[in-house]
Ligand binder design. Structure first.
Ligand code: DC
Length: 212
């Protein structure tokens, strides 16, 4: 099983780079952030307290989730747009800090990798906790200003300061939680993508892989 783990803070380009890298290498790609977002979506639409580990954990375990072809289907509903919306984005760090949710997501991520023989997997705890034996661990980052600008462009939001504040708040929550916080995993290579284009970053990662 060959897993390439990409972790890093919000807006560092993990999804864009992960997808492009997977395409270049002919591997499958898993966006684990979309999985936590799907759980937040289920909790919000079910009127479940997003900080209740038991209730949200139960909802996560019974959730039917498909991430095929970029469409996110949650319990039969196409939630592709909603999981990127402001309500889910505001709640997702609370949901992602719940141990019962993380436990269930780890099980799903490992069985996904087994079924696909590995792949490019991105998130916050992929190299540190979920796949500590990944063939390559990348900690992808970029300057705060660039991450905010990229995220604002993606959201079509012209208020870059507000976007910067929102991602800083999410990064602080993701880095300070008790269960598998965002860290630079042991053995990871840090790639600072500030000022770099997509192909350039993919070239760097392919180079790292070839040098292994
Ligand atoms: O990558 P993203 O912004 O879509 O991730 C959404 C949230 O999910 C993020 O705030 C942290 C959480 N997350 C996590 O805790 N562990 C992962 N492996 C992936 C995402």
């Amino acid at each position: 099983m060959r897993v390439i783990a990409i972790d890093g803070p919000a807006g560092s380009g993990k999804s864009t780079i992960g997808r492009a890298l997977a395409e270049r290498l002919g591997l499958t790609y898993l966006d684990t952030g979309a999985m936590y977002r799907a759980v937040a979506f289920v909790a919000l639409t079910g009127d479940i307290d997003v900080s209740n580990d038991d209730l949200v954990g139960t909802a996560a375990r019974s959730m039917a989730l498909s991430l095929d072809g970029g469409t996110v289907t949650v319990n039969g509903v196409d939630a592709t747009q909603e999981i990127r919306g402001p309500q889910v984005s505001a709640a997702v760090s609370t949901v992602a800090a719940l141990p019962a949710v993380r436990e269930e997501m780890r099980v799903r991520q490992r069985s996904w990798a087994e079924a696909h023989g590995g792949g490019v997997i991105e998130g916050r705890d992929i190299g540190s906790v979920v796949f500590p034996d990944a063939v390559l661990k990348v900690y992808l980052t970029a300057s705060e200003a660039e991450r905010a600008a990229r995220r604002a462009k993606q959201l079509g939001d012209s208020d870059t300061d507000a976007v910067a504040a929102a991602i800083a708040k999410r990064d602080a929550a993701d880095s300070s939680r008790r269960d598998s916080p965002l860290v630079e995993p042991d053995g990871a290579v840090t790639v600072d993508s500030t000022g770099m284009g997509i192909d350039e970053v993919v070239d760097v990662i392919v180079g790292l892989l070839e040098s292994r």
